[in-house]
Every structure is written in C-alpha cells, then in structure tokens.
Design a protein around this ligand. Structure first.
Ligand code: CS2
Length: 475
C-alpha cells in the first residue's frame, strides 16, 4: 500500500524573507524559529527558499506546498513537528529573473543565507573577495543573470535602489566569524566593481547582522524518510533530523528594525555576537573537524561512534581544557566549561548519525576559523597546541585521498585537486606537509613559516602514517 504524501494544511504566510540555501540545516533551524514566530502572530514573515544550484529542495517541497517535518532526535525519544514557514521554493539557475524580482519586492525585508563557507567566494585565509572565482567573474560580466549569492544580492539591491525602495537586511547564518562583516565586505567589494555609487548606497543603507547558529543536523538519508513513514504514516522526503539543542544569537541590526519575533523560538538578540561565535566555532566546530578527520581515519562512520571510543572523548576534553578554552573570551551568560561538557553529551547522542565524512567536507574553507586561529593564539601566548597540531595533520592525511586500508577517500573540497597534487608531488612526509602548509589560500604565512608549528604538524603527520589515527589518539 502506498503511503500518502505530507501536505500543508492551512494557508501560506506572506513572504517577508528570501532565504538562499534551502538545505537540511536551514530547514532544521531558520525555518523552525520562523515557524515559532509565525505561530505567535508574525504573519508576514513567510520564507521564499531559493536554491542556487540543485532542484532537489523544490522537487521535495513543492508537492507538499512547502510543509515538511522536523524530527527531533533526543537520546531516548523522538518528536515530530510539521513546519509551515516555507511559502515557496525557487531554483535560481532555472529562472534567475524570478529570484531577482522577488528579492526586489518591497515586501521582502530580509535575505538570509546558509550557503556554506565557500558560498561567500572569499579567500579563507585573508577574507578577500576572490575576483577570479568563476561565479564572481561570471556575475560581474552578467549582472542580470547571476549565479553566486553575492551576485544575486548586489543585483537585487541595485534594483531596489533604482526603484527608491529601502534595501533588505542581509543575514548570513554560516559558521564563519563575524559573518555579517564578511558578507558586507564581499557585497561591497563586488558592488564597487560594478559602480561605486551603488556600493556607497549599500554601505549607507543596508544592514548585515552577524549571527551565531547552532544545531547539529546530519544530511537526511533514505532510511530517515522510511522511518518517518513508519512512525507517522506519511511520506516526506524533505524531512530533517536534528538534535534537541538549538541556539541562535543574532546581532540586533536590521534595516528599519524590521524582523520576525524569533525570540518566540528562544533566539537571543545581542549587541555583539562575536564572542558567542568564537566560542561556538572554536569549541564545537574545532573539535567536530578534529573528530571528523581523525575519526574517519580511525574507521569510525559517525561522531557518536568516534566519541564512544574513550580515547577520542578524552582527546576532546583535553583539547577543550588545555588548548581551546584558554583562547576564548567568555561570552556574557555562558560558562565555557559547562558549554564543553554539554558538547560532549551532544556528540554522544546515539540517535544522531552525523557522518565524519560529511563534516570532513570543505576543510580548506573551515580550518582557518576552526583550528588555525586557535593555534595562532596559543603560539602567541606560549601555550600548548599538540592536539590541535594533530588535528591539522589529520586533515592533511585525509585530503591525501587514501585511507589507512589503502582505499580511496572521496574528498569533497573546492581545493581537493590542488591539495592532492601538492601531497602526491612531494616525496617525504615532511615535504608533503610543507607543500600543504605553503598554500596561502588556507595558511597565513605567519603561521606556516613558524618552525615550531611546522615541526609539530610534521611529527603528528608522521605518527599518523606510521601508527594510524586510533593508536596515535590512544597514545
Ligand atoms: C559541522 C557543522 O558539518 C560541519 O562542518 O561542524 O555543520 C555543525 O554540525 C554545526 O555547526 C552545529 O551547529
């Protein structure tokens, strides 16, 4: 017997937000908070979700009128909730004009982003816009049919300016420090290439709040869709599975102060997000990436399986205590030790199957803010960073593309080919490490020329080659 499809009941909220990047994280996070706000009476904050690449989200959500299921996986219990905040989905490459005209619509007040680190088209080590990035070059040549998020934002803002409409707020929700400042820098650099008066108008009138976002959300698998079918009796390929925890800290900086009451879902509005973001990036994402590379190499499929090995749990505790917490200024209202204790429990949640391979993706874009800044701070303060150096070595070992059994690793990274060529082109372990560390896209020269840093990463890399990740972490 075929299972019926999930279908929206009730009307769609009016669109007030265009969101770029309608993946699992957005659905488990922004869409849920916005649903909370709409339920409290914010009727004009429906979301138009825009995919910049694949039609998958549209294909999944359209037959359901935008409704989907958020599945909360607690350690012992599962909760299901249908989310109704998405009013429509567009696929940008199919019709860029439809996207631009919605973004230019005066009813749209916010453009939010979950486009991953690489979506900002910046150089990870320096934060500069990559003018030679193929999408950026394309969008400068074809401003009315853009491909990149930055190209869409600038063209839509140009149209609003021409029509004497106030700009929207640009709200990035990716794991990058000061993500509002970064997005602003990319938008202004791109706009300047087009017209300096446009850049000046954006600078004067637009707002780019920084945000800290947090909810562990593995990619949805066919097995997840099946188990939802079993539990709820309907088919919903757009469903998302996530942990109970969620935290959203937002800089309260919106054009004309217009925004939904995301407080309804527990969002915190603060004057300065940076300390919260630093805590989250270094404590959570820093250890996540460490566990992803070393855990994958040790043969573990998920984070929960990795930290079930006591040596990996101990590695996390040690790295937090000795190498991360000392570098993090305490954000208001947080207790760093308690935060990290809670993190380990979140990682241990056996219901969350977060693959080490998924987190290992795009390391070249993630390392600077997750690990390298922490290492640089420790070097400056004369502190330990042995475990962080091991994490960097784990990444270099991983992007070499061959695992400890000699099998191929499917490395997903914009710099994958370059990394592999650097590693394969060198003969000794030390030369391989040196070849990767000299990649300026990732490593600031002040770090990669530090002899102590080079020596520690090399030593750790040699240890991984000789003994394997599990033995190294256990030692
Ligand atoms: C993870 C994050 O995939 C990754 O790189 O570290 O997506 C992580 O799960 C989230 O930042 C948690 O909020």
């Amino acid at each position: 017997m075929s299972v019926p499809r999930l279908k929206r009941t009730g009307s769609k909220p009016n669109v007030g937000i265009v969101h770029l990047g309608p993946g699992a994280f957005f659905r488990a996070f922004n869409a849920v908070y916005t649903d909370d706000a709409i339920k409290q009476g914010d009727k004009d904050w429906g979301i138009l979700a825009v995919s910049l690449r694949s039609p998958t989200a549209k294909d999944q959500l359209d037959p359901q009128d935008g409704a989907f299921t958020s599945v909360t996986l607690g350690a012992g219990q599962t909760e299901y909730r249908v989310i109704n905040s998405i009013s429509g989905v567009l696929v940008a490459p199919e019709d860029p004009e439809a996207v631009l005209s919605k973004m230019a619509d005066p009813a749209v007040k916010i453009v939010s982003l979950t486009i991953t680190e690489k979506g900002y088209c910046h150089e990870p080590a320096t934060g500069e816009l990559q003018l030679d990035h193929s999408d950026i070059a394309h969008d400068l040549a074809n401003p009315e049919a853009p491909k990149s998020a930055i190209g869409f934002i600038v063209e839509a803002l140009a149209r609003r300016r021409a029509a004497a409409v106030a700009p929207f707020t640009v709200m990035p929700c990716d794991n990058i420090p000061s993500n509002g400042t970064l997005a602003k820098g990319m938008v202004l650099a791109f706009a300047k290439e087009r017209e300096s008066a446009l850049a000046a108008w954006i600078e004067e009138n637009c707002a780019f709040p920084s945000t800290m976002v947090d909810r562990i959300t593995p990619a949805t698998t066919p097995a997840d869709v099946k188990s939802l079918e079993k539990a709820q009796g309907y088919h919903d390929p757009a469903c998302v599975q996530h942990e109970p925890f969620r935290q959203w800290v937002i800089e309260d900086n919106f054009v004309n102060g217009e925004r939904p009451q995301w407080e309804a879902g527990g969002a915190q509005f603060v004057a300065d997000v940076d300390a919260h973001e630093l805590m989250k990036l270094r404590c959570l994402n820093g250890t996540h990436s460490t566990l992803a590379y070393l855990g994958y190499l040790a043969g573990f499929e998920t984070i929960a399986e990795t930290v079930a090995e006591p040596a990996f749990a101990e590695l996390c505790k040690r790295i937090w205590r000795d190498e991360i917490i000392p570098t993090v200024p305490k954000p208001e209202g947080e207790d760093l030790e308690a935060y990290c204790d809670a993190l380990l429990e979140r990682y241990q949640n056996p219901s969350i199957r977060h693959r080490t391979w998924q987190i290992a993706m795009d390391g070249s874009q993630k390392l600077p803010q997750r690990l390298l800044g922490t290492i640089a701070d420790n070097i400056q303060a004369g502190r330990e960073y042995t475990c962080l150096a091991l994490a960097v070595a784990g990444w270099i070992r991983y992007v070499g593309g061959v695992d400890e059994n000699g099998d191929r690793i499917e490395v997903k990274d914009p710099l994958a080919d370059k990394l592999k060529a650097a590693i394969d082109g060198a003969n000794t372990p030390a030369a391989k490490v040196q070849a990767v560390l000299s990649m300026k896209e990732v490593f600031d020269p002040s770090l990669s020329s530090n002899p102590d840093f080079v020596a520690r990463v090399t030593e750790a890399y040699e240890g991984l080659l000789q003994n394997g990740a599990l033995a190294v972490v256990k030692s």
